[in-house]
Design a protein around this ligand. Structure first.
Ligand SMILES: [Zn+2]
Length: 330
């Protein structure tokens, strides 16, 4: 029989569920708190922590965690799920992207946080110490934020511990439909060293960074990527019944290049996220406030200076990096 699982005032016996709020601090008018759900299975198994809403205008991952909480049955669950559907409630309430309106900080860039810091730093510390740190496995669910689009991917920060790293990569492959990102300290691809996922990994939790959705939207296909990923991970860990969906070929990111605009204005993309691009192809234009085009961004070939991600396929073909290029300001 499993033990009761208790996090402050929220506790569930084996075979039960519970939900409530963790107090983080207060503003002059109201408390700052984090919603927390515990689904404690009736059978022994691992504890999986799910967090979403670190960036709280990323709605597909928030919805996926909400739906997971509602769909799990503690009577048949092996192990337990500890879930935070919206980590940053003030961003959720105010529809604020990237940084908290309370202190101007990005919750995914202040790990491991501190108890005597600002509210985002206290929040990071509390999540890592009292919630994520209670689990053996963790998934931090994200999407592109407001005005941000991306290809779905799952990432893991390599630690050098072979056993944990093999599990982390396996879970990333099971979560993502196509692209995975295995980062090293100081590298150019996420998860980065100041994020919750990296900090959790350093504490011995096998922690994934999972992205699907973006641009302030809530599309069912984006939610399904997260729901399928969560279910696949839980099946692999033996927490729920069902076959693990077969993992097809994955593209493993090695590097990325950030292209900064030289002119200010409105960006019009000429390609869709995930499209293959060729040398000379126009990928975007920038127009000024009067609508006059002031910059065209075109691709040129370049292995180390490509647009977007350098990547290699599982079969060893360096397909994507050959097709990417450096912007040509024409
Ligand atoms: Zn995010």
């Amino acid at each position: 029989m499993r033990d009761r699982l208790q996090i402050r005032d929220v506790g569930a016996n084996a075979g039960e569920r519970a939900q409530g709020f963790l107090a983080i601090g207060e503003t002059p008018s109201m408390p700052v708190q984090v919603p927390l759900a515990i689904i404690n299975g009736s059978e022994d198994g691992p504890i999986l922590c799910l967090t979403a809403g670190v960036h709280a205008t990323e709605y597909a991952p928030i919805d996926a965690v909400m739906r997971t909480i509602q769909s799990l049955d503690p009577r048949t669950l092996r192990g337990a799920v500890v879930a935070v559907p919206v980590a940053n409630m003030r961003m959720f309430e105010t529809r604020t992207g990237f940084v908290s309106p309370l202190d101007g900080l990005n919750l995914n860039k202040v790990a491991p946080g501190r108890l005597d810091g600002t509210l985002s730093e206290i929040l990071a510390h509390t999540l890592l110490d009292e919630v994520i740190g209670r689990a053996q496995y963790h998934i931090d669910l994200h999407a592109g934020d407001l005005g941000e689009m991306l290809l779905p991917f799952a990432g893991y920060a390599l630690t050098g511990d072979r056993g944990r790293d093999e599990m982390g990569e396996a879970l990333a492959r099971l979560y993502s439909p196509r692209l995975i990102s295995l980062s090293t300290n100081g590298g150019t691809i996420p998860p980065f060293a100041d994020g919750l996922v990296y900090a959790a990994n350093q504490r011995g939790v096998v922690s994934l960074f999972a992205e699907s959705g973006g641009n302030g939207t809530l599309d069912e296909c984006d939610v399904q990527v997260h729901l399928n990923g969560i279910a696949n991970v839980m099946r692999h860990l033996g927490m729920i019944a069902g076959d693990v969906a077969s993992a097809g070929p994955r593209v493993s990111a090695r590097d990325r290049t950030v292209v900064r605009a030289r002119r200010a204005g409105l960006l019009r993309l000429k390609v869709a996220i995930g499209d293959d691009i060729g040398a000379g192809q126009e990928v975007a234009e920038i127009c000024n406030v009067f609508g006059e085009t002031v910059e065209r961004v075109c691709a040129v070939l370049g292995r180390r200076s490509g647009v977007g991600l350098h990547a290699e396929r599982d079969d060893g073909h360096d397909e994507i990096s050959r097709r990417q290029g450096r912007p040509d300001h024409g």
